[in-house]
Design a protein around this ligand. Structure first.
Ligand SMILES: NC(=O)c1ccc[n+]([C@@H]2O[C@H](COP(=O)([O-])OP(=O)(O)OC[C@H]3O[C@@H](n4cnc5c(N)ncnc54)[C@H](O)[C@@H]3O)[C@@H](O)[C@H]2O)c1
Length: 612
């Protein structure tokens, strides 16, 4: 079930109030104006109690794939000396029709994300209902109560052309809006930690000036003044326990260079300086979802020494830095660059394999065996097969975000990043080739593509997760729909394929990949089928698009029996062993596979052995 990818559903309830509908169908009325005052009182009361227990207040802004789990990890952390919880977390989510339901979900101790990792449900239930260190809210007023704000909202890159990422732009307006709200609400002692993947320069050149301006407009005074007994001019006084004690006992790793070569200069100001930091997430939704946030290496940096010290201390208190030490960068732009380079590197390895996968397909080679052969060499152990395209939220956009920032935030028009650009373009279009292979297989069976019934097994972007964002499967479906095939889909982790069902509004109006193809009207009728046996019935072709565990050991005899006749089988992800390929062929199927040119040889030997 892909809970987070719920579409904007601007429905209304019987009283005509707008509601947010969760993927399971429950309707949650959106908060009304009068609810905000009540919510603020609830939050203030909670915060008072938690401060009395000596806990720091952490607001996580954006309860998505990253924020939901980060909030839980922080709420589950304990003081490493006393063993008692040291943080109280308020997960803050804007009350949009698309996402508001996540707040009542969290308040019930239910995760707003689904995954194969059993720890997701456990940690959220434990923190909300057991330890009571996690609450959720729709109100930005929570920001004014925070000692730390962790920003986990999205920053998209919109592409205007398929396979040409340069024609597009970063959708940074929503992020700027978030910084503005933060600047308008937070106390000056509050550390703002940006975890969102952002174009290099965002923390220093966008977030910092926005916060600084807000502080000036609010007429705030330096936090030091609070120690003298003077209160903030426009905010209620904060509890003394909230003022951060900078006498750190944590060993702060120094930045890689102590010399300050930064062109970024914090201006002298009578106003408090925003404490801004950047540390990106490396979360992997999947079997080790929670551990990928808590038990994994982090890179971080702050805009000045205090911010750097604060972020190191905060991350050291909530993450397993003993086993996974932090890397502290000189400046946020370096930390931001790390994330962009890290993901561009991965996108590049995958794109590189596209050309060798195509070679293998044409010249009788099985690319999966080539990869296995190379992988044993430790220096090459991260070589990977790209499947039918590189999806997920991050790899298709991060290199593009980086380039956009370098041009538009840093003003550098000269650098062109040809490798990163080519890699993303190749990855973005690979799914179209998978659809062509499906046509070839049908042709070999003597069936036309127009009107063929094609079952796509797997809608998500990778195995054993329900995240369908930018999946290769979507491109396969769209290209086949363009060729007038009748598409159906099965995915054990996805209830609704919103990219197809709600293509007019999802991921946003005018941004569906439908706009790159003809003949897309009908795909809104496609529904994810829960029962594989039923989904297989009568299929002309079965496209194994994702390596979900449910598809790895499918018995060919069973599959063909459900279909009711031999069909075309297309393996997009190195799913089928030679033995399984052989059995499908013996059952009269035609088999094709991305990068699996050796299937032609197996086909010949099966045909010759079947000649009496
Ligand atoms: N998903 C991943 O696997 C992953 C991995 C590493 C890094 N990241 C990065 O983390 C960031 C978040 O990604 P995600 O997958 O969690 O995105 P997401 O879309 O699942 O979640 C973002 C959430 O923020 C909320 N939001 C947006 N604006 C808001 C505002 N002003 N106030 C409060 N809430 C707001 C949205 O409603 C949504 O619930 C992105 O920059 C992404 O690139 C994601």
């Amino acid at each position: 079930m892909d809970l987070l990818n719920s579409p904007p559903r601007a429905a209304r309830d019987v009283t005509d109030a707008p509601v947010s509908i969760c993927p399971a169908g429950e309707r949650f009325p959106l908060p009304q104006a009068e609810d905000y005052a009540r919510e603020l009182i609830r939050l203030q009361e909670l915060v008072r109690e938690q401060r009395a227990l000596g806990r720091e207040i952490v607001v996580v802004m954006g309860v998505g794939f990253v924020g939901a789990i980060m909030a839980a990890v922080v709420a589950d952390s304990v003081d490493k000396k006393t063993g008692k919880p040291g943080k109280f977390v308020i997960a803050m989510q804007r009350p949009s029709a698309r996402s508001y339901w996540k707040i009542p979900y969290l308040q019930r101790g239910l995760p707003p994300v689904q995954s194969e990792d059993p720890e997701v449900e456990e940690i959220i239930r434990r923190c909300v209902l057991g330890k009571q260190t996690l609450s959720a809210t729709f109100s930005y007023d929570a920001l004014g109560l925070a000692d730390v704000v962790v920003v986990d909202v999205q920053c998209d890159y919109v592409k205007d052309k398929l396979g040409d990422m340069r024609v597009g732009r970063a959708d940074i307006a929503a992020l700027e809006e978030s910084f503005k709200v933060i600047g308008e609400k937070i106390q000056p002692h509050c550390l703002v930690l940006i975890e969102t993947t952002v174009p290099p320069g965002t923390t220093e050149y966008i977030a910092y000036p926005i916060l600084q301006r807000c502080f000036e407009t609010r007429g705030l005074v330096h936090p030091a003044a609070i120690d003298d007994g003077r209160s903030l001019q426009s905010e209620p006084p904060i509890a003394q326990s909230a003022i951060y004690n900078l006498q750190s006992e944590i060993q702060i790793p120094p930045p890689s260079s102590s010399a300050d070569h930064s062109p970024f200069r914090i201006p002298h100001s009578a106003f408090p300086l925003p404490l801004l930091a950047h540390s990106y997430e490396r979360v992997m939704p999947g079997r080790n979802y929670v551990a990928s946030v808590r038990d994994f290496w982090r890179v971080c940096s702050g805009v000045n020494a205090t911010a750097r010290e604060r972020v190191v201390r905060f991350l050291s208190e909530v993450l397993n830095v003993e086993q996974y030490p932090l890397t502290v960068m000189d400046r946020p732009i370096a930390s931001e660059t790390c994330k962009i380079v890290e993901n561009s590197y991965r996108a590049t390895i995958l794109a590189f394999m596209d050309e060798w996968s195509r070679f293998a397909e044409r010249h009788g080679v099985d690319i999966t065996k080539v990869i296995q052969g190379i992988k044993v060499r430790p220096t090459h152990s991260n070589i990977m097969f790209p499947g039918p395209g590189i999806g997920g939220y991050c790899l298709p956009k991060d290199g593009a975000l980086g380039q956009w920032g370098i041009r538009n935030l840093l003003g550098d028009e000269e650098l062109s990043f040809p490798i990163t650009t080519t890699a993303i373009n190749i990855n973005d279009a690979r799914g179209v080739h998978a659809a062509e292979l499906c046509c070839d297989a049908l042709t070999a069976m003597g069936r036309p593509i127009a009107g063929a019934r094609i079952l796509i097994c797997g809608a998500s972007y990778r195995e054993d997760v329900g995240d369908t964002r930018y999946s290769g499967s979507e491109l396969i479906a769209r290209r086949l729909a363009e060729l007038a095939a009748a598409i159906s889909v099965h995915d054990p982790y996805v209830d609704h394929w919103h990219e197809l069902e709600h293509q007019d509004t999802y991921p946003a109006a005018g941004q569906s990949r439908a706009r790159f193809f003809r003949n897309q009207e009908g795909v809104t009728e496609v529904r994810v089928q829960p029962d594989l046996a039923a989904a297989l019935r009568g299929a002309d072709a079965v496209v194994l698009a994702v390596r979900h565990k449910h598809y790895l050991d499918l018995d060919p005899t069973w599959v063909v029996a459900q279909v009711g006749a031999p069909c075309a089988i297309v393996d997009c992800f190195g799913i089928l062993s030679d033995d399984l390929i052989c059995r499908y062929l013996q059952l009269g199927c035609v088999v094709k596979g991305l990068g699996r040119g050796h299937i032609n040889g197996i086909t010949r030997s099966v045909s010759s052995s079947s000649i009496p």
